[in-house]
Design a protein around this ligand. Structure first.
Ligand code: NAP
Length: 346
């Protein structure tokens, strides 16, 4: 029996951070991976790694929609890889094919073929399987269309509007005929959401110093009532939006990224806004990507042609270097990305 192996670098999740990710949150280790593929197995070499806010959520020592990420394990995450070997009995996948799999932050992985999804590089750039045509895209589409139920002429507010999910919600909102108010951090992101994504109004929340009253005053300059709020960030931005809901508004809770660096365990107490839902007969609904996993094909069939013809902007921030993975996650949580944050092995 042969015992071929290859050196494999892995990022191990080592310590639960209290606030922002710290240098000792992760440890880079080098191991040997046995590369002989068994029945039904493929060996894949990673090329594009997804960096997502949920990674920070799952670093906390508490259950969320699932158990906390285990310590001492490779950081989980979606990865776009190339198949470099396969078992003789594996059909429908060839060496050299691009695949998406949840193999985490490691350069090489051996996994069962049932765990990989083959990607068609002619349909769209393969990295979009992590963003516009991946989990963030699915969340944006089904979250907005099914929970937000936007109608032509309505006012949609999107927070985190320049990010992976938000940048798509802005565009889907325009496709649905809404007037879109996009909230993002900094003048460059505001230019992006208006100039490239087509938002009607861009609001830079950073100079408003996290002050809900000032953000509310800025919103009041642009709208007399918000019909749909797609919330990626929570905190003072959401407090402000709540004071401007229109009758029968729909509030979609997708994420609360302003609270992730420590705040999930010790949340800041903000104003209580449930009375606005009452006054306006509004509804609020949480959406989770995994509840729509079974509809991924439906979404990709719809959106891949838009990505290919450029009518859906699939913006990415690509950081080169496997060793940059933890810092890319920390930077994304501070807003250094525009669109989907990806780490590439050049
Ligand atoms: P992203 O928006 O691409 O990146 C995170 C962004 O959060 C940063 O770029 C930054 O943008 C913003 N941010 C950080 N701190 C902030 C603060 N204090 N106030 C306001 N904004 C802040 O990430 P994403 O992958 O698209 O995820 C966006 C949200 O959706 C996250 O809350 C995430 O957890 C959630 N999400 C949920 C699901 C689900 O299944 N429900 C799936 C995917 C994502 P600025 O520079 O504009 O501040």
């Amino acid at each position: 029996m042969s015992t071929a192996s290859r050196t494999n670098r892995q990022w191990i999740y080592r310590r639960r951070p209290v606030g922002p990710i710290e240098p000792d949150t992760y440890e880079l280790v080098t191991t040997e991976l046995a590369t002989d593929v068994g029945r039904g197995e493929v060996l894949v070499a990673a090329r594009y790694f997804s960096v997502d806010p949920y990674m920070r959520i799952q670093q906390a020592a508490r259950n969320t929609w699932e158990a906390p990420h285990p310590l001492g394990a490779v950081q989980g995450g979606a990865v776009v890889s190339r198949v470099i070997a396969k078992g003789d009995d594996v059909l429908g996948i060839a060496e050299g094919d691009w695949v998406l799999a949840y193999t985490g932050w490691q350069e090489l992985a051996r996994c069962h073929v049932s765990q990989v999804t083959r990607l068609d590089p002619d349909a769209a750039p393969v990295s979009t399987a992590l963003g516009a045509l991946g989990m963030p895209g699915r969340t944006a589409w089904f979250g907005l269309m099914e929970a937000g139920r936007p109608r032509p002429g309505e006012t949609l507010v999107v927070s985190g509007a320049a990010g992976a999910v938000g940048s798509l919600v802005v565009q889907f909102g325009k496709r649905a005929g809404c007037r879109v108010l996009a909230i993002a951090g900094g003048p460059d992101k505001c230019r992006f959401v208006q100039g490239e994504l087509g938002a009607d109004v861009a609001i830079d929340y950073r100079p408003l110093a996290g002050d809900a009253a000032r953000i509310a005053a800025e919103l009041a300059r642009h709208t007399s009532g918000i019909d749909v709020y797609f919330d990626n960030v929570g905190g003072p931005i959401t407090d402000a939006v709540m004071t401007h809901l229109a009758r029968r508004a729909r509030v979609v809770i997708c994420g609360q990224v302003s609270q992730y660096d420590g705040g999930l365990d010790a949340p800041a107490l903000g104003p209580r806004f449930l009375q606005h839902l009452l006054f306006q007969r509004a509804t609020i609904k949480g959406v989770l990507a995994r509840d729509f996993t079974h509809r991924m094909d439906e979404y990709v069939r719809l959106a891949a042609p838009w990505v290919k013809d450029g009518t859906l902007v699939a913006k990415e921030t690509v950081v080169d270097g496997f060793e940059k993975l933890p810092s890319a996650l920390a930077e994304m949580l501070k807003g250094k990305n525009v669109g989907k944050m990806i780490v590439r092995i050049p």
